[in-house]
Design a binder for this molecule. Structure first.
Ligand code: NAD
Length: 396
């Protein structure tokens, strides 16, 4: 089958197995070019197949030599469709990890459910005994609550007042004004139920109850804050409310983890192109400007660079964990630098459809987007017939 990208809105409905493998190998190559770390040895990553979770799996394996169990929710290929990119990433990751002699097993299913938690706990008990690092990197539009049976759908809306702002249709090179009405109380509560900390806490509490946590265990969840430009839609919007809940959850988990001398922490990461961030209005235009400015200043980073820094400079550095005043790890320090943000603020009002390619790195944004699905990767011949069916090694 010849596989081409099919973009619908902010999603691509096809994925390329060879390109996705190349995407994973590039990240492995980056980690191999860095000094190895004495880090965690037995790691559980929830949301391990794309974006920050995939980078976390690659970095803990190839920098620290960790054994990993990855949980994700991906689709296998069938007669009509290619697999989802996270499926192909996981195929490529496991193959590379096994080839290098590392343990790597995966569980595909709904992390919000009790059954996936039970299945994961069983695997930890059998193969690890305990886990020393749990990374929570799930980004989902909905959650079926395992206790109430209610289906919660998250929304990306402002709170209190309508949001009117500039956004980009990256694939049509169009600048548009969007108006988004404020969320209702129910929508806010639903978004918190999906993207807040409840499921993270359920995971940690369940693993604790099953006696599967190592002494000094760490658990990390990821968040984003961003500059004032995006606050109305992000930090002060429904997703921001969910992220506040995530932070409050880390404070509660910290109390409960004292028994293991463990720690829960939220890491505020940089804005990058992932399936999750592409869906947020305004953010793609902001990212296009951010990339332009950070590349000009030679401080640009993607998920893998960020996560290597998280491990080497924060979680497993010889220094005590350095947190900001509110208790966050700040991996977004370069993004939030005054000179970077001032430059973006200067450029933002000037951007039009006509100068989009000059003033912003819209090309870099689009390339990164395609690469999430295995397209536009150097060294991959997209005219060659490929088999879309691929097995995740630990599933066979
Ligand atoms: P992503 O869409 O690339 O990855 C999401 C992961 O969650 C995938 O592995 C997917 O399979 C998994 N997943 C989704 N629903 C699931 C379910 N029901 N059960 C099991 N797994 C499920 O997302 P991302 O952008 O890497 O986001 C991960 C975290 O990082 C989020 O908390 C996000 O807010 C945060 N973050 C993202 C950015 C950014 O710019 N993308 C910046 C800072 C922080």
């Amino acid at each position: 089958m010849i596989i081409q990208p099919k973009v619908r809105g902010f999603i691509c409905t096809t994925a390329h197995p060879v390109g996705c493998a190349r995407f994973v190998h590039k990240q492995i190559e980056y980690i191999r070019s860095k000094p190895s770390l004495s880090g965690p040895k037995q790691v559980l990553i929830i949301g391990a197949s794309t974006g920050y979770g995939l980078a976390s799996r690659i970095a803990t394996t190839f920098a620290a030599g960790a054994k990993t169990i990855g949980v994700f929710f991906e689709k296998e290929a069938d007669d009509k469709r290619t697999a989802s990119p996270g499926w192909y990433h996981s195929v490529a990751f496991e193959k590379a990890a096994h080839q290098a002699g590392y343990y790597a097993k995966s569980i595909n299913g709904d992390a919000f459910s009790n059954s996936i938690k039970e299945q994961t706990a069983e695997l930890i008990r059998r193969d690890f005994k305990t886990v020393d690092l749990i990374i929570y990197s799930v980004a989902s539009p909905r959650r079926l609550h395992p206790v109430t049976g209610q289906l919660h759908s998250s929304v990306l809306k402002p709170i209190g007042q309508p949001f009117v702002g500039k956004t980009v249709d990256a694939f049509r090179n169009e600048i548009k004004e969007v108006r988004i009405e404020p969320a209702t109380e129910t929508e806010i509560a639903d978004t918190v139920a999906v993207m807040g900390g409840e499921d993270w806490a359920m995971w940690i509490d369940y693993l604790a109850q099953q006696d599967l946590l190592s002494t000094h265990c760490l658990t990390v969840a990821y968040s984003y804050i961003g500059p004032a430009l995006t606050h109305a839609i992000y930090k002060d919007g429904t997703i921001g409310r969910a992220k506040e809940h995530l932070k409050a959850t880390s404070d509660q988990l910290n109390q409960r983890l004292q028994k293991w001398q463990g720690r829960a922490v939220v890491s505020v990461n940089k804005a990058v192109v992932t399936q999750a961030s592409a869906a947020i209005p305004v953010v793609p235009l902001y990212i296009s400007l951010l990339f332009k400015v950070m590349k000009e200043k030679d401080i640009h980073e993607g998920c893998i660079e960020q996560i290597y820094r998280l491990l080497s400079e924060h979680l497993y550095s010889a220094e005590p964990l350095s947190l900001d005043q509110e208790g966050y790890i700040r991996l977004d320090d370069l993004e939030m630098r005054l000179d970077v943000q001032q430059r973006i603020m200067t450029l933002w009002p000037q951007v039009t459809a006509e100068n989009l390619t000059q003033l912003t790195d819209i090309k870099g944004y689009c390339d990164d987007f395609y690469q999430l699905f295995g397209f536009k990767l150097e060294g991959v011949d997209y005219n060659v017939d490929v088999d879309p069916v691929a097995k995740i090694p630990s599933f066979t």
